[in-house]
Design a protein around this ligand. Structure first.
Ligand code: MLT
Length: 265
């Protein structure tokens, strides 16, 4: 389905009934990375998987996509779907957006699920690397961004045993439009530090990390989120890297299902 929000057409897929569960994908990916959750959780929730602006089948306007802009898009999407309050789940960049969403629209959040993400802003070198990548994508298209991400996204065991997953995540990244990749990189480069937001979170929160995530390591970022958010629960998924929902869908879905049922969201 497609709907007009904030001046752009946003594409989304939804399935199931029950507690609305908004799943926000990471960079440079699209809603298809949540397919295992659409398949595995639609009996327990109303699963809503948008393509963020610039990705998948949504429009990709030129410009900087701040985390607040993405949050505004999703808030408008919930209006269209007549969802008053949702459990908001974001992976990596999706987690940055989920924290921005909490800051702007806390009264629409029933619970938070933060997956393979971090609260901090970019260090200067990381910010510069994003600006360098923007230049590369301007010159060569999406391939440099896809090729740079691919070797770091998954757990070593996934690269060895699941060549099908490696190939399909590469294909997903390659098909994202340059304007979307550029808009997201520029937006992430200027995102604020969300550390002070964490103690303000008053809804049930689940933190899920792949044990072998090298982009946002569980030992540092996962523990930091779980320690700073009051009452948060941390689940570390073995044999998974940065895309824990995709690499180990049964374990990931079991953690989310338990959270939805037990944490009163
Ligand atoms: C992601 O997976 O969304 C990215 O690794 C986020 C980032 O580049 O900081």
């Amino acid at each position: 389905m497609k709907t007009l929000v904030n001046g752009i057409h946003l594409h989304y897929v939804q399935a199931g009934n029950g507690v609305p569960l908004l799943l926000i994908h990471g960079y440079p990916l699209d809603h298809t990375l949540w397919q295992p959750q659409v398949d595995g959780l639609a009996d327990a929730a109303r699963v809503i998987t948008p393509d963020l602006r610039g990705f998948g089948q949504s429009d990709a306007p030129e410009g900087v996509y701040t985390m607040e802009t993405y949050a505004d898009d999703l808030n408008a999407l919930l209006d269209v779907l007549q969802v008053e309050r949702a459990v908001v789940c974001g992976l990596s960049m999706g987690g940055y957006i989920a924290l921005a969403f909490w800051r702007k629209y806390a009264d629409r959040v029933r619970g938070l699920i933060l997956v393979d993400t971090r609260a901090g802003a970019d260090a200067p070198a990381a910010r510069q690397a994003r600006l360098d990548m923007v230049e590369q994508v301007k010159q060569h298209g999406s391939a440099p961004a896809a090729d740079a991400m691919l070797p770091r996204l998954l757990a070593p065991s996934t690269y060895q045993s699941r060549p099908d997953l490696v190939e399909s995540v590469h294909a997903v990244m390659l098909r994202q439009p340059p304007a979307g990749i550029i808009g997201a990189q520029l937006g992430m480069a200027e995102r604020p530090n969300s550390t002070a937001t964490l103690p303000t979170i008053t809804v049930p929160t689940l933190v899920v990390f792949g044990a072998e995530d090298v982009i946002t390591p569980a030992e540092t970022e996962g523990h930091n989120l779980a320690n700073e958010i009051p009452g948060a629960k941390l689940v570390i998924i073995p044999n998974a890297g940065h895309l824990s929902n995709w690499e180990q869908p049964e374990l990931f879905n079991a953690a989310v299902r338990e959270f939805l049922l037990a944490r009163d969201v």
